[in-house]
Design a protein around this ligand. Structure first.
Ligand SMILES: [Cu+2]
Length: 187
């Protein structure tokens, strides 16, 4: 039975490793990538957001010249109307990191008059589906994204973590099978 215990211990270790990876795989997204948070160059923040898959725990990073811009988190109606009269939160450092803690839409715009109207606004949408626990049916499939337009520089460490995770899952599965085999053989 020592073998079973060893196998179970290995399963536990691998599972723990997986949960740690789950936490550490949070990505940091710089809004607008190299352009940052600006009205210069007509950055398409809608397209920028569409090329990302935001998850809970991810960090949204706004980088801008605080003399000319700011970041306001607002409701959907305020977002649509570019109404900066009563923001839910205001960030003004020029180097603002906002951690996403819940699902759904997170609406941001620049509160400087005219900037939101000029397109300095972004909708960070955290979908219900995750890689680890996919919820079947219920949800409409996410809208297809014209991925070809921008070679989205998705964080490369997230990609390698994903493959590492799938590898670990295979390991866990094989060990579970192994443990089952050993215990049935021992019985
Ligand atoms: Cu601005």
């Amino acid at each position: 039975m020592a073998l079973v215990k060893t196998a179970l211990a290995l399963v536990f270790t691998a599972t723990t490793t997986l949960s740690v990876l789950q936490i550490s795989s949070a990505a940091v997204y710089k809004v607008g990538d190299s352009a940052g948070w600006t009205t210069i160059g007509n950055v398409d923040y809608k397209l920028w957001a569409a090329t990302k898959t935001f998850q809970i725990g991810d960090i949204i990073h706004f980088e801008y010249n605080s003399q000319f811009h700011n970041v306001m988190r607002v409701t959907h109606p305020m977002y649509k109307a570019c109404n900066a009269s009563a923001p839910l939160a205001t960030y003004t450092t020029g180097n603002d990191s906002i951690t996403i803690t819940n699902r759904g839409h997170h609406f941001f715009f620049c509160g400087v008059p005219g900037h939101c109207q000029a397109g300095q606004k972004v909708d960070i949408n955290v979908l219900r589906t995750t890689q680890m626990a996919p919820t079947p049916s219920a949800l409409p499939s996410p809208p297809s994204v014209p991925a070809a337009k921008v070679p989205g520089p998705s964080p490369s460490n997230a990609v390698s973590l994903k493959s590492l995770k799938s590898l670990l899952w295979k390991l866990v599965l094989s060990m579970v099978v192994f443990a089952g085999f050993v215990s049935s053989a021992a019985a």
